[in-house]
Write a protein that binds this ligand. Structure first.
Ligand SMILES: Cc1cc2nc3c(=O)[nH]c(=O)nc-3n(C[C@H](O)[C@H](O)[C@H](O)COP(=O)(O)O)c2cc1C
Length: 512
């Protein structure tokens, strides 16, 4: 056992695993009368409607800086705006958003901080998803405080005028998923980051994802009740229209936290909150035992000399349309597939999806960010269970992103097992392929402290959103799965034991 196996992040991961023996105790009945609201309300503040800026034609209205408003309005809509309204069996409305969310609980909130520009007065704004508006709830200048809270990232903040902060409201997700909800809050936020990254490109911004910041300072700045809500990322947005070429600004997207090995005995129901507090960075970033771990490796982590290898280098490009028109449509039309037919997808489709997700530099010609920010990507590995992909043998594969190849590690049709591993969900059985994101948690903690837990889940969600959008654009079905029998996945699929399974993305042909 390594010296870090007792960290709070490892402990949390272990304690929140689903296993066949204990799953029955985890699922208590839902308290419908006390479900937290998925929208945040402000009693005071000036409301700024963003709907008038949704299409170029209506923006012909004679407003100063309307181009800035259009870009901001679209950026927020494509990131997290409402994209569907459903009626529940009780006759209530349920709203779905541009980013998927486990159980449709939407724990993430978006805030906007303005330095104070001619078009956007200084202060704090909350994005009101339901009405597609901003509420300007604090009008003083806070940019310097934000800059101070972001430690080593002054230059990025000095070059930006606005920044997004994402937060998580824990109870929204914990209401259903209890302590394991922290995983889903970070995964959900990662999906949101995927949308923010792409929507920024569409609208002429460069988004910088900062995962390391002084939590207390950022939470205080936003007037958050820290026991209920916490900042998860700070995202300075650089306006690309201000630059002919973007200067090379140094920044550090993932600072380490300490490693907490002296935690008390934590009762069920308090573990999520304890983990979040323990992964905070306080007054200044700490040094961890292995700050350089896994940074510059040119090799993929796993190689199996005699296994079948399939090159994915010759991928068909996904066309995101002139002026990103198809990307915009895809973001607005994306839905999680509720059932698959079980039919096969094509190997070219799978390869195209992988190429878009893991080789973003191949998309710089289309104007997308060639190197989107991730926090701890060097620790994330990808395994794919193939049940129905024409031209590809059934089994389990390791995807080697550097060599750009699939390396087969198991030869078997796993549909029955996958159904079980996904807690009996039919999505698992009928998917054509399931992408598993995994990470060596202990190594990641050795580099980034307990905060690695946030980073890995944010990254897996971010990758998941790229898979989602690529699948929808190719006419395929797609859905995340956050509930699975953790250790059994490794055992059944042959994924090395050191790899903690973090997230699943199912892919397939949508059923009727
Ligand atoms: C982290 C995460 C985990 C999810 N887990 C499941 C799951 O286990 N089973 C499922 O059917 N859908 C799952 N979903 C899909 C959500 O149910 C879906 O996103 C939500 O209902 C909103 O619908 P939409 O994605 O169509 O906008 C998951 C989504 C995310 C982001």
């Amino acid at each position: 056992m390594s010296q870090f196996s007792e960290s709070i992040a490892s402990h949390y991961h272990q304690r929140t695993k689903y296993a066949p023996e204990t799953i029955a105790q985890k699922g208590k009945s839902l308290d419908w009368a006390n479900q937290p609201q998925p929208f945040k309300e402000y009693k005071i503040g000036q409301v700024i409607e963003l709907n008038p800026y949704l299409s170029q034609s209506t923006a012909a209205i004679d407003v100063a800086y309307s181009d800035h408003w259009i870009r901001l309005s679209l950026l927020l809509l494509y990131s997290y705006g409402l994209t569907a309204q459903l009626t529940t069996i009780y006759g209530d409305s349920m709203y779905l958003r541009a980013a998927p969310s486990a159980g449709g609980l939407y724990p993430a909130e978006i805030y906007l901080i303005s330095r104070g520009t001619p078009w956007l007065p200084a202060g704090l704004y909350n994005y009101q998803v339901q009405t597609h508006s901003l509420v300007h709830f604090w009008q003083d200048r806070v940019w310097q405080d934000l800059q101070n809270a972001c430690f080593a990232n002054e230059e990025i903040l000095a070059a930006s005028e606005i920044a997004i902060v994402t937060t998580g409201i824990f109870a929204r997700s914990a209401w259903r998923y209890e302590d394991r909800a922290y995983r889903r809050i970070c995964l959900d936020t990662g999906h949101l980051l995927g949308n923010i990254e792409l929507s920024a490109s569409i609208n002429g911004y460069q988004a910088f994802f900062l995962g390391g910041f002084n939590d207390k300072a950022v939470n205080k700045l936003l007037y958050l009740d820290e026991s209920e809500e916490g900042a998860t990322t700070v995202i300075p947005l650089i306006d690309l229209l201000d630059y002919t070429s973007l200067p090379d600004l140094p920044y550090s997207h993932s600072l380490p936290s300490s490693i907490d090995t002296k935690y008390p005995s934590i009762p069920d129901g308090e573990l999520l909150s304890y983990l979040h507090q323990a992964t905070k960075i306080d007054s200044s970033p700490v040094s961890t035992p292995n700050p350089d771990l896994a940074t510059n490796s040119l090799e993929d982590k796993y190689n199996f000399p005699f296994c079948t290898k399939i090159s994915t280098a010759d991928a068909k490009f996904i066309d995101w349309g002139e002026d990103f028109s198809e990307l915009e449509n895809t973001i607005l039309e994306r839905r999680s597939t509720r059932n698959y037919s079980g039919a096969e997808i094509k190997i070219e489709q799978l390869i195209a999806l992988l190429n878009f997700t893991y080789q973003p530099e191949a998309y710089s010609d289309q104007g997308l960010d060639p190197a989107p920010d991730y926090f701890a990507l060097e620790f994330i590995e990808t395994f794919i269970a193939v049940s129905g992909v024409s031209g590809l043998e059934e089994g389990c594969y390791y995807y080697a992103p550097k060599a750009q190849e699939l390396r087969q590690i198991r030869f078997k049709n796993f549909r029955k097992e996958l159904h079980y591993l996904c807690l009996g969900q039919d999505l698992g059985k009928n998917a054509s392929a399931i992408v598993f994101h995994t990470a060596d948690l202990e190594q990641a903690i050795a580099k980034y402290g307990d905060r690695a837990y946030r980073y890995l889940h944010l990254d897996a969600g971010h990758l998941g959103q790229r898979l989602n959008l690529a699948a929808i654009r190719l006419g395929l079905g797609v859905s995340g799965i956050g509930g699975f029998f953790d250790d059994l996945v490794n055992q059944v699929l042959g994924i090395p034991e050191a790899e903690a399974v973090i997230y699943l993305t199912t892919l397939g042909v949508p059923g009727k």
